[in-house]
Design a protein around this ligand. Structure first.
Ligand code: SDX
Length: 435
């Protein structure tokens, strides 16, 4: 279901002249309406101005809805808490891509199709060997995913819906394999092939932690936690990396190149790189008695330090994913028999102090999805450098779903923002002898 309706007009007037312009007001199914400014420049010669896009809708979409004030996240109308508790990542992938939860037959076929795309072209293993062993795994992900367009030419024709879906399935299916191989390469262990009898999350854990001499012992609780972490990261409306994928796709670039661009954007510590930054921050704080020192740093305008894992452009309430992540943290640490994990105790103390501090209350800074995820991933055995790789793995389905939605939109055109120019006006060239 996707619908929007014009519900009225907004009238603009310039200065005190009676020159006015009427712009349509468009409502979606829920959430803020938009002022349609597509005619603004043609009719007035003015641009809108919104660096960082704090008040700008870049598209219409029926995939994910966020109510930042209420801390609500829904995928195709289903709340993230329900999906995390009652469904699994394959169902959420199907939901994001096709708009409805699958019945059993649809789920079985989708899972089969994804499973049978998990292997990589064998020649891609050579691609890894060009990297230094200490390369950041996100650098490897950007490179290898971009290189997929050099191998899968039969699914790069973006005008063909069948090829678009094949490329989407390939990307969702191969990201765990690529991610696990990036980890294996970094620790000098041989690559482990996927096993078709395993679930998506089980397969990823197997490819990451099995070795030829010994198969990883899968725990159903750990596999379920991994699957739930993938669900929590699957999609999130028009965040920076999704907007990057859409902008790259708007030029007609092939899907592998678009997803590589999204991975590059996600890497930043203000975005997906925050989960790695949270663990580095907790290690830097070291103990509960230094929490107040770092809270003070986070509040100091002259100190660039920010409390990583806190704050969000949209959520001005608790990120609903953070609550599920915290619960998952307890389950994983309990399953692993890790009592009183110092990092968890430190994170909980930090959260308690921050949430009672006037600065964080006034600025509506709450824990986001990245605040607890790193503690779980570290407990599972992942190095911090792999944390954002797992975020990219899970977000791939959201990126390809949003990319497909854009490609299916008949009004889609290349994204090309304008600017407020503040540089020199015209001036004569100066010969070097006179400079
Ligand atoms: C993700 O967009 C998405 O949906 C992203 C994501 C997804 O699923 O795709 O949810 C994933 O990226 C989560 C966010 C992970 N990033 C971090 O945890 C990094 C730390 N947080 C921030 O850097 C910041 O909160 C952002 C980048 C997340 C949001 O920044 P905004 O919306 O641009 O807000 P801002 O930088 O203008 O901050 C508003 C005020 C500022 O103070 P003033 O200038 O008004 O005095 O709040 C302050 C900021 O200094 N502030 C913080 C803070 N975050 C904001 N102060 C201390 N610590 C923080 N973490």
């Amino acid at each position: 279901m996707s619908s929007s309706t014009v519900t009225g007009n907004v009238t603009l007037s310039e200065g005190n002249d009676d020159n006015t312009l009427s712009l349509p007001l468009i409502a979606g199914t829920v959430g803020p309406s938009v002022i349609d400014v597509r005619k603004l420049y043609a009719d007035t010669g003015h641009f809108t101005y919104d660096p960082g896009f704090t008040s700008t809708a870049s598209c219409d979409s029926a995939i994910t809805y966020i109510d930042g004030d209420k801390g609500i996240l829904m995928h195709r109308g289903y709340k993230i808490e329900e999906l995390a508790e009652k469904s699994d990542f394959m169902e959420v992938c199907y939901l994001l891509l096709k708009g409805e939860l699958p019945n059993q037959a649809q789920k079985d076929k989708f899972t089969h199709d994804i499973t049978y795309h998990t292997m990589l072209h064998e020649q891609l293993t050579q691609f890894y060997r060009g990297f230094r062993r200490d390369a950041h795994p996100m650098a490897v992900m950007v490179g290898v995913v971009g290189a997929l367009s050099a191998f899968y030419h039969d699914s790069t024709d973006i005008t063909d819906p069948t090829q678009r879906m094949i490329a989407s399935y390939r990307l969702i299916a191969k990201m765990p394999t690529i991610a696990a191989m990036a980890y294996k390469y970094s620790v000098g262990q041989p690559f482990i092939y996927p096993s078709n009898e395993l679930s998506y999350a089980e397969n990823f854990l197997h490819m990451t932690f099995s070795v030829p001499a010994e198969r990883y012992k899968l725990s159903p609780v750990i596999a379920r936690a991994m699957d739930r972490i993938f669900i929590l990261h699957a999609d999130h409306e028009q965040n920076a990396s999704t907007s990057t994928v859409r902008l790259a796709g708007s030029s007609g670039a092939n899907p592998f190149a678009c997803i590589a661009a999204g991975i590059a954007c996600l890497w930043g510590p203000a975005h997906g790189g925050a989960n790695e930054a949270v663990l580095n921050m907790l290690n830097q704080i070291g103990s509960v008695d230094r929490v107040q020192e770092f809270i003070a740093k986070a509040k100091d305008k002259n100190d660039p330090f920010r409390l990583m894992g806190f704050g969000h452009r949209v959520y001005k309430n608790y990120d609903p994913r953070a609550k599920v992540m915290q619960q998952t943290c307890y389950e994983v640490l309990d399953e692993l028999g890790i009592k009183d994990e110092p990092m968890l105790k430190l994170a909980m103390e930090l959260e308690k102090i921050a949430l009672n501090d006037e600065y964080f209350i006034e600025k509506k800074l709450f824990p986001n999805v990245d605040f607890y995820s790193g503690i779980i991933l570290q407990a599972l055995g992942f190095p911090t450098s792999m944390f954002t790789v797992l975020f990219a793995l899970a977000r791939t389905v959201g990126w390809v779903a949003q990319w497909n939605e854009m490609m299916e939109d008949p009004s889609q055109k290349i994204g090309r923002p304008r600017q407020l120019y503040t540089g020199y006006t015209e001036r004569p060239f100066v010969d070097i002898s006179k400079r």
